[in-house]
Design a protein around this ligand. Structure first.
Ligand code: UTP
Length: 452
């Protein structure tokens, strides 16, 4: 213990962070050892360098050159072409070449739900949670391809236990437990405006998740990457928890990516209007990149083609298929760490709790979309927003549970109308189609309404 304490003091001196032991003498033996362990787990070099802006990639370069990246539109494929893509994707799933990676370590601050976002029910008639909707889509596919698809779930220190317990309580929604692996992403300490690491309590540091881009390091550290390789997985479908319409491991998308001969592909939807706050997939300085609206000059973001469609219209929906070879490369070459100015509750030097009303410190995060700049090229598939994108971000208004629910029920009404269900029945009732029955709206004709 004393050896560890000496080591800690030396480390803190080196990085000018001695204040972290300011309340050490007030702690119990257990708290002392927890604090020492927490301090020793920090990469002080990385914190210091990022704070000093050395590794930070947030400097918006004025001279960036943008070019559009042409996405293939799914609606322009003929039925025969779609069937072909589907069969190629199904073949890869059947042969066990595809795994699914859900990044679910976010805090969901905007939604304000107590607990992991995946446990949230958006108010569908079935009351199903986001986790259940997504797992049931996987079950459907697994039945179709007669093989369970490995599912990896990244959580965070804050929501890990609750996530695992939720799955246990719901019997993994019928998915085999052995096919699901849960693991936590890493944390990073938060710093004040002076670069000093903040304490949340006398014996605790303010730690937060290292951003969704931390998912690659987590793959390696948890052993998930090795597990995938031992299973013969070649492609990883990565997606976020907060899209209630996500087509998890969509065979069409897998087929599309394989045929593209690229190491990565993204599903995108058409941007609604130039100022919409979504990242856009395009080329930045000749490399694929997802670019925020704020990074692009208005004149470029508003450019339209001869048909009046935005030239930069590929809205990112966090729906990617990556080749394992590419993932191994990303892990070897760390991503830039971004720094975010935030309101951070912490203990001041007098041991008083500070509850800020304005940003008072910095948090550090990796962004998943930074990976694309490591590619020379990639493919993009444009899909219909109403069919595949129902974001659940905010408590109310735009991109809220209410809008997501409406999108799902409208889509299901369309499916059932196409399958010639009784119009009056559909008008009078809100009918939700179980993901266990249909994936694309197929397989519905002739079914009993109760079964659906
Ligand atoms: P968001 O960027 O929407 O963040 O996450 P969030 O934390 O869920 O929500 P807000 O901003 O606090 O309201 C997009 C996806 O990235 C995951 C989220 O779980 C979601 O699937 N994510 C985000 C992580 O896995 N880890 C993180 O550190 C951050």
């Amino acid at each position: 213990m004393n050896k560890d304490l000496d080591k800690t003091i030396e480390l803190l001196k080196k990085y000018n962070q001695e204040h972290l032991l300011q309340f050490y003498s007030f702690l119990s033996e257990e708290e002392k050892s927890e604090l020492i362990n927490e301090i020793l787990s920090i990469d002080f070099n990385l914190v210091q360098d990022t704070y000093n802006g050395v590794k930070c990639d947030d400097s918006k370069k004025e001279d960036n050159e943008f070019k559009p990246l042409k996405a293939k539109s799914l609606k322009l494929y003929t039925d025969a072409e779609r069937v072909n893509l589907y069969n190629i994707g199904m073949d890869a799933l059947t042969k066990g070449r595809v795994a699914v990676y859900l990044v679910a370590g976010g805090q969901g601050t905007r939604l304000g739900h107590k607990g992991p976002k995946g446990t949230f029910s958006i108010g569908l008639p079935s009351g199903k949670s986001l986790f259940q909707l997504q797992c049931e889509r996987l079950i459907y596919l697994s039945k179709e391809c007669k093989k369970y698809i490995p599912l990896y779930i990244m959580t965070s220190v804050d929501n890990h236990q609750e996530t695992v317990s939720f799955f246990e309580e719901h019997n993994y929604f019928g998915y085999p437990k052995s096919m699901i692996m849960f693991f936590k992403q890493r944390t990073m300490p938060a710093v004040g405006e002076d670069g000093k690491i903040l304490l949340s309590d006398k014996g605790r540091i303010v730690m937060s998740s290292n951003g969704n881009g931390g998912c690659f390091l987590a793959l390696k550290e948890s052993g998930a990457l090795e597990d995938m390789k031992s299973k013969g997985v070649e492609w990883l479908f990565i997606y976020g928890i907060d899209n209630a319409l996500v087509r998890v491991a969509d065979p069409l998308f897998i087929g599309f990516t394989i045929c593209s001969k690229q190491l990565a592909a993204s599903k995108v939807v058409e941007k609604k209007y130039a100022e919409e706050k979504v990242g856009v997939l395009c080329y930045r300085n000749n490399k694929p990149a997802i670019v925020e609206y704020s990074e692009m000059q208005n004149i470029i973001a508003s450019e339209v083609d001869s048909e009046g469609k935005l030239v930069y219209s590929n809205a990112n929906i966090l729906n990617h298929l990556l080749n394992i070879k590419f993932i191994e490369k990303i892990i070897e070459e760390p991503l830039p760490l971004h720094i975010a100015h935030k309101k951070i509750e912490h203990l001041d030097s007098h041991g008083r709790m500070v509850v800020p009303t304005e940003p008072n410190g910095y948090k550090f995060e990796y962004f998943l979309f930074d990976i694309f700049e490591k590619l020379s090229d990639m493919a993009a598939l444009e899909v219909e927003r109403e069919e595949e994108f129902a974001p659940v971000k905010n408590k109310e208004g735009e991109d809220s549970p209410e809008t997501a629910k409406e999108l799902i029920l409208n889509l299901h009404k369309k499916w059932l109308t196409n399958a010639r269900f009784n119009k009056t029945l559909l008008e009078k009732n809100q009918i939700e189609v179980s993901p266990l029955i249909s994936y694309y709206g197929d397989n519905l004709s002739g079914k009993n309404i109760n079964e659906i």
